[in-house]
Ligand binder design. Structure first.
Ligand code: HEC
Length: 181
């Protein structure tokens, strides 16, 4: 074999290696797969509190949005509308009868489970404390998470605004409404 032929063979091998290398990398040059790895995605997909999947989540580790600052701008009218979700089980008038659930007259700051003649679940009867604004809000977010074993069958109000409107409305159902926070 002449040295010229050896050179040709070597050149061919080098060309082949180069071509394979180029082909395998050209795609990456055109579309850099790592380009976006350190940058944020263009838009955030916000999962709203009311999405269906959220309903089934254990909320004990979820930060429930406080309603205290929302109360000042909450709407009584909207609260009354939201109350329709409760009305089938609760009356809210003074001396209103217990239904499936206890009467809710004067509920803000009322001791828990203190309506005479209503058969509370053991879980609620033993829970203790009063229904302050935040307690009501947390309970209404998802009753069965706040009081495990409660017999109140209600999925919950996931929107802080809905809870604020409703609790503002409930606060009015009293001879002497508790001061706003
Ligand atoms: C399907 C019927 C039902 C619906 C709807 C319902 N509740 Fe209840 N609620 C109950 C029952 C039953 C209890 C008693 C729970 C227990 O003893 O564990 C209760 C208890 C409560 C208590 C505690 C009262 C106390 O004396 O300690 C509050 C506050 C309350 N509900 C508010 C609401 C609000 C506000 C809504 C609407 C957003 C609502 N509930 C919707 C059935 C219902």
């Amino acid at each position: 074999m002449s040295s010229l032929e050896v050179n040709k063979i070597l050149a061919a091998i080098i060309m082949a290696v180069l071509i394979v290398f180029l082909i395998s990398n050209i795609g990456d040059y055109l579309v850099n797969p790592n380009k976006d790895s350190n940058t944020k995605t263009a838009y955030n997909v916000e999962i709203t509190e009311s999405t269906a999947t959220e309903e089934n989540k254990d909320t004990s580790e979820i930060e429930i949005e406080s309603i205290l600052t929302l109360l000042a701008s909450a709407s009584l009218e909207k609260g009354e509308k939201t109350y329709k979700k409760c009305g089938s089980c609760h009356s809210y008038t003074k001396d209103g009868k217990n239904k499936v659930g206890p009467n809710l007259w004067n509920i803000v700051n009322r001791p828990k489970a203190n309506v005479d003649g209503f058969a509370y679940s053991g879980a609620l009867a033993e829970f203790g404390g009063v229904w302050g604004y935040e307690e009501l809000s947390k309970f209404l977010y998802k009753p069965k998470d706040y009081i495990k074993g409660t017999k109140m069958n209600f999925a919950g109000l996931k929107k802080a605004e809905d809870r604020a409107n409703l609790i503002l409305f409930m606060r009015e159902q009293s001879d002497n409404p508790v001061p706003l926070p």
